[in-house]
Design a protein around this ligand. Sequence first.
Ligand code: URA
Length: 449
Amino acid sequence: MRPYDIISKKRDGRPLNPEEIDFFVSGFTRGEIPHYQMAALLMAIFLRGMDEEETFSLTLSMLHSGKILDLSEIQGKKVDKHSTGGVGDKVSLVLAPAVAAAGVTVPMISGRGLGHTGGTLDKLESIPGFNTQLTIEEFKKNLSRIGVSIIGQTPELVPADKKVYALRDVTATVDSIPLVVSSIMSKKFAADLDALVLDVKLGRGAVFDQEEMAFRLARAIISIGYRVGKRVVALVTNMEQPLGRLVGNALEVREAIEALNGEGPGDLMEITLALGAQMLVLGQKAKGVEEARNKLRGVIENGEALSKFKEMLEAQGGDPRVIDDPQLLPQGKLRIEVKAEANGYITSLDAKKVGEAVVALGGERRDLSSEIDRAVGIELIRKRGEKVKRGESLAFVYASGEKEGRKAQMLVQDAYQCSEQPPKASPLILYLVTEDGVKSVSPQKAPPP
Ligand code: URA
């Protein structure tokens, strides 16, 4: 077998067999197939797609590039949540400790930023000392002791996804259903989960901005889960504007801590409770979503969720003092104001442009070797539906350099649309997708196809 022949077969639109996929993935993981050939194959997959069998084989090859956890000695169900990626999406940082505090073990293997979307690992690593590269033994120890741990792909766990993910991020091959499905599901199978709740983001700031693609992605993940006996439930959620008020790695940790203190913004809390409730039901810690939501509200109000977060930080080497003193997180040197140019209502706030502003600030990667600046980001003072007067603050850009700061300022200015008429309400949670099909969750949304 030659990598060249496999690339040309996919380039010509022919399906790859499991041996060819495995040869490529294992060769690339071992460093025997170079980056440029994997980049070519990824682009061929992006353009030509993969059928269900190929996607399943790709998932298994990525999974078997490393070890698979055995969490059978930990009592109870293990349930995780994974997002397809958004802007300002710090849900995992709030939800994982809250769900663990409510009694369900959360073994979370997350990713870094992809394209204009942020990544949980990059956010957590803005906490001084926080280690996302634990050994399998350390990860298991934390799960049995605390009930939650968040790590990344490591040389031991899904190393193929670690390498492929980084390459997709810089080769414009993120928004491909087979690549997203295999990336997510290889990590989830490696973590020995019983069930998964998927947050499929839909809209300008998401990986996919068409309903049809969001449904296809959700169905593909549910069906792969089904094949190996793992229940998957998906919520399709709105990603037209960023989630919360803070975007950028360290800023998002700050907002997550505020949320764990019971002071989170409404949209972040609504999505966190909706996804977390599904996790508690799948984890058999609540009979229905209402009971589950109440439990989650309870552990946030009584401080148990925040204590779990603190325990997780300490167990992973992070400085827990950031909880009481967010000034210890990295902070941008410059604060640049973005002002309203007219009176009226904010009718849209383009999440993609805000994500691109963070990329322009250096808060996301541009190539494989680039270091990211975790201090930079955007504070959104006004969001969709809010009233504003000309000259008032719309947002603040936190930058490390003047040139990048000015570029981000222009992008953020451009992200806002204003009108004299208020916009129609836009629901946050759109659809529930299960093995039985798609259901509208919001009364404002037409029934799905
Ligand atoms: N999350 C992942 O882990 N992989 C993707 O491709 C997209 C979101």
